[in-house]
Every structure is written in C-alpha cells, then in structure tokens.
Design a protein around this ligand. Sequence first.
Ligand code: SF4
Ligand code: SF3
Length: 546
Amino acid sequence: MFCYQCQEASKGTGCEISGVCGKTPEVSALQDLLIYQVKGLSHLTAALRLVEVESLVANKFIVESLFMTITNANFDDTRFVDQIRKGLKLRSELKVLLKNHNLEVQETDLLTWTALTVQEMEQVAQRVGVLSTENEDVRSLRELIIYGLKGMAAYLEHAWNLGFDDPSVYAFIQRALVATTNDQLSADELTALVLETGKYGVSVMAVLDKANTSAYGNPEISKVNIGVRNNPAILISGHDLKDMEELLRQTEGTGVDVYTHSEMLPAHYYPAFKKYSHFVGNYGGAWWSQVTDFETFNGPVLFTTNCIVPPRKSATYTDRIYTTGAAGYPGFIHIEEGKDGNPKDFSSIIEQAKKLAAPTEIETGEIIGGFAHAQVFALADKVVDAVKSGAIRRFFVMAGCDGRMKERSYYTDFAQQLPNDTVILTAGCAKYRYNKLPLGDIGGIPRVLDAGQCNDSYSLAVIALKLKEVFELNDINDLPITYNIAWYEQKAVIVLLALLHLGVKNIHLGPTLPVFLSENVAKVLVENFGIAPIGSVEEDLKMFLA
Ligand code: SF4
Ligand code: SF3
C-alpha cells in the first residue's frame, strides 16, 4: 500500500505497511481501485456531457465514492467491494448510453479493466495507486487535486441530503478527475486546475451553507452544556445535519437523550434543533478522544461521517457503534438509506439506548459558539467599533482539524499566549485545543468565535470579505487577520484551496506541511501564496504581532 493523503502519513513520507489511521493494506488497495474507477467513469460522463446527457446516478456514485475514501471515514472492505462492483455495472450502462448516442471514447485500461473477486481487485489496484504516477511533481499536483475533490465531495453530499445541489460542481469534479489521467497536461496546467478546485470549493461550501441555513436557520450565539443528565442517551458524531435532524425527531418522547461528539457540536447553534428538549449537550472532545469518550458515554454512538478511530482491543463499546452514509467499519452496524423516500430508520439504535446506562459525567460547564456569518453580521457594529478603537488588535483564524499528535499542543499554547486584545475565529474540530479555556471576552465579544464545522470555514471567509468592504480595503490581506490553520484530512485541503482562491495569502499551516506536496509544488505555494509552516509559539507570536 501507499497512502500519504493525511497529516499522519507515516515517517513523514507515507503509510506503506498499514495506515497510522488504522487503514489496512486491503482497504487501501480497494480505495485506490475505487478512485481509479471514478476516473474512468468520469471519462464516460464527460463524453456524455458533450451531447448534454447527464447521468445523475454517475454523479452520485462518483461523489459518494470520493467521500468514502476520506481519511477515517470507512474501514470496511466489504463496502468498498460492493461499491466497486456497482461501479463496474454503472460503467457498462454508461457505455450503452454512449453507443446509443453514437459516441466513442478510447478504450484504455481505465475503461476495460475488470475484477469481480477481492483478489482480482487487489491485483488491479497494484498498478493504479498513487505511485503509478512516476513524476513526483505531477503526482503531487494530481493528488492535491484529488484530495481537494474528496473534501468537496463530502460537503456536496451533505448539501445533497438536504435537497441542495450545484450541477456545475459535478461537471467540474468529473473534468478534474479526467485531467488527473492526462499525461499531456503541463505542471502549469495542473497548477491552474488546483486553483480552480479551490474556486469550486467555495461554491460547494456556499451551497452547503445555504442548505444548512435554509433547513435549520442561521446559527446563533449559543451556550452548549458539556455535562450530562441522568437518562439513557445516544451520541452522534460526524458532520451530517440531516442525520442529526432525523435522530432528534425519532428519539423525541422516547426518554432517550441525544448528545453531540466532536464535529457535531455546532448542531447546537441551529435554531431548528434548539426546540428539542432532549438535545442535551456535547460530550467529550475532538474525534481522536473517542477511544475514551465512548467508553464512559455508555450508550450507542452514531457516526454520520469521518472521523472513526479503530477501537482498541480492550474497547468495551464496539457492540454499540453504528455508521451511516459514507462511514463504515467492520463489525459496526450500518444504517442504510431509507427506502422509497422514507427517512433512515434509527429505531434499532434507540431500542439499544433504552437498555443502557446514562452517560458518566466527565466534565461540567459550557462552550459558547454560533458565530457564523449571519450572527457576526448582526454584531458587526460592535466588532467594527472594537477594531477602530483598538480594543481588538488582530483576529487569528485558527480553523481546521484537531489530531492526536502531541505537537498539536502548539495550538493550545498559542491560544493561551495570544494577547488579550486579540480574537480567535475558528471552525472545524481544531477548536477543541482551546474552546474550553477561560479566554474571556472583549467588551462582550468572546475571544473565541466559533463559526461551526470545518465546512463553516466558508463563514469565516464571508466575514473577512465583509470586513474588507466595511474598512474599504482593496485587498483581503490588508485586514488585521492572521491565518494559523491546523489540518488533518482532505476536508482541510479543500478549505485551504478555497482560501487560496479567495486571495488569502501567508497562511501558516501545521502541525506539519502536507507530505504530498513535492518540493517543487511546495515552492510554488510558498512563492505565490506565502504558505508557511508553523514554528515555535513564541517566534510565531512575535512575527504575527510585529
Ligand atoms: Fe496513512 Fe493518513 Fe493514508 Fe491513513 S489516511 S493510510 S494515516 S496517510
Ligand atoms: Fe475534524 Fe475529522 Fe478535520 Fe471536520 S472531524 S474537521 S479532522
């Protein structure tokens, strides 16, 4: 196997024996093959598009497949085998469609390989993985595009689940996948495609923002309880708000409470979910703390997306973990899509919860959040006055991901050592490094403004653009905002590319730079965008505040 798509890539080069994340070589091979398959399918859909034929089934399949291969989303080999078989069937159907329109595409290996057994799939995977692109820079650019597409696919699927969509994004995803198979493209052309990926990243996050806020209202300032009550309960993790809504609806009146874990915390900021009195609070920390949080939670857990950590051998919770959507893990129960337009059926989770103990309290108190764009705009006068008077000297965008690497204590130290006249803007699970610290407020404006999930980084960009307008600046980089972003998986990649597309420069990225950036590609990003690694807290603070 070879995989270097996330921040934990082994030895700073890539995972070759098994994934640090827990991905097995078998699953890694199946994921490689699935990515190869969606590239092939994209050749067919691109050809069909020339005669204005759109395959909704292919659109959905490609997005779902990309999403399934995101770090920590799905470890279940049987789900990948099923998906690849579905893809082969879809490929045949698309070929018939092409024939019916008298269209031809060149029948290369991309379109002719077959593999029905797992062994055959693993054999094909051997020749199509990441390392099959020999030139290091071309490989780096291709993978950067693919990782951006994976993040984009995740966000698109959440929007889709709420009935929102942007057809231009499917066309782009498929065009970009085809481009990653084109040996004629120059490094410059691929670099341009990387930036275009960022452009569509902004579109997708805008669509998801519209989907979430149309369905559930605009996030508003909220205090979220981090203690527990004495009822049996279900913990919901991941990013899918449609699943969140369904779980709340189906648990109402059953005596079972609902708590959020990790990236689902921001669900508490939406007006539509506040009406549920059994929606109690947030339990535990960021994704990687699940190995202890799930032990003490005592009740069932529902994963709606990444990030799953393979349970330790000693784990006592494995018989009460459920997955849905793109998420999967061998041995966890998977909740399928509802049939005939019916919602997903969470009754088995609810029945199990009723028989289990209430969560054990691990902390008490509150987290404040809900500072997405509409809420910040409502406070705009106050914020602008604070900047003008000097009460707020600088904003620090500390969005992105958290992770288990001990170097990530940098972010806690950084937040703690920031001067009192600075404000942190955050989104994503990165916030767990400092969202329980008593950092206080500036004239009533909390010093940590949490916009929401990683996709709500879009809100932070909208806020920056608004400030640029208010302060009548020509360049977004003239604002008193420093970007010190933590990354882990591919959603952070699309967020980063989106920020680059919006013209944001000098982003600091940590705890380490992506190893999938070759030296030359990293150089392009440094020279054109000022991307830089983090240093020590003291040095960085000195530089940012100079
Ligand atoms: Fe390694 Fe990350 Fe790939 Fe997992 S996703 S195999 S940890 S690089
Ligand atoms: Fe977190 Fe996985 Fe990236 Fe959504 S849940 S930000 S790491």
